[in-house]
Write a protein that binds this ligand. Sequence first.
Ligand code: NAP
Length: 258
Amino acid sequence: MFFQPLNPPIQSFQGQRIWLVGASTGIGAALAEQLIAAGARVAVSARSADSLAQQFSGRAEILPLDVTDATALNVGAQTLCTHWGGLDLVLAIAGTYQVMRADRVDLAAAKRILDINLSGVLNLFAAVQPTLLKQGHGGFGIVSSVAGYGGLPLSLAYGASKAACINLAQSLWLDLHDKGIGIYLINPGFVRTPLTANNPFPMPFLIDADVAAQAIMRGLQRGAFEIHFPKTFSRLLKLLNLLPHWLYLRLVKRGTGL
Ligand SMILES: NC(=O)c1ccc[n+]([C@@H]2O[C@H](COP(=O)([O-])OP(=O)(O)OC[C@H]3O[C@@H](n4cnc5c(N)ncnc54)[C@H](OP(=O)(O)O)[C@@H]3O)[C@@H](O)[C@H]2O)c1
């Protein structure tokens, strides 16, 4: 029992009905490309309709929307269910990030980060939950971050939003595993995308978006609950977070120099 994967492995993506929310750039766009290439039936969402159409027209269903708009997500879910007859996997990828320190709080920006990164995930989950429960199968994945493992400098609001997503994914798994629903928690390290393009510090173990997408595909195929990468970095952060606060906080302060 302890060596079984926590989720049903997705043996093949061929014909799988997959909705990626947050797929106009970065990790979501790279993942959509790889899922289409693997034979999945893909729907892509984000705010920028033009960007989605330019990249995916004729190859994926295009549903432009904003994740802070719960009604738009409900309509999107209904549209796909009518068109496809159900959903096999829904991925909450949309996210935003802004460097923020506690000595210069931008409250409006902090609330916007929580609205997109946390409430957006809840909005999407609420929109697809009735379908997943009715089916008794299918999966819901949340792209959180290794930044959610523990507090980091410059990460005010973003880190908190991602920590909440990790907690949310664990709660969803506990509540839904017995109902046949897979719950996937995806925790990337640094990935080269528009989100990180203006980071004012060197990013250790930085990887490209297509490498991140490959890691996500492999994790889904394994039926992993947590899909974290790149492993050297994510395992290092996991180890740091096992330490008591007095040691964790001092090591992070000294190690980052921030
Ligand atoms: N890059 C990294 O190093 C890294 C590391 C860990 C975790 N992550 C997480 O990975 C996810 C994807 O990030 P990324 O690096 O690929 O960034 P990205 O290239 O900026 O992609 C973000 C995606 O989310 C969409 N989005 C943003 N706000 C939205 C909203 N309100 N409604 C609908 N869609 C919205 C964006 O499209 P529109 O702007 O067109 O709406 C875009 O498609 C995020 O959750 C991020 O926090 C990234």
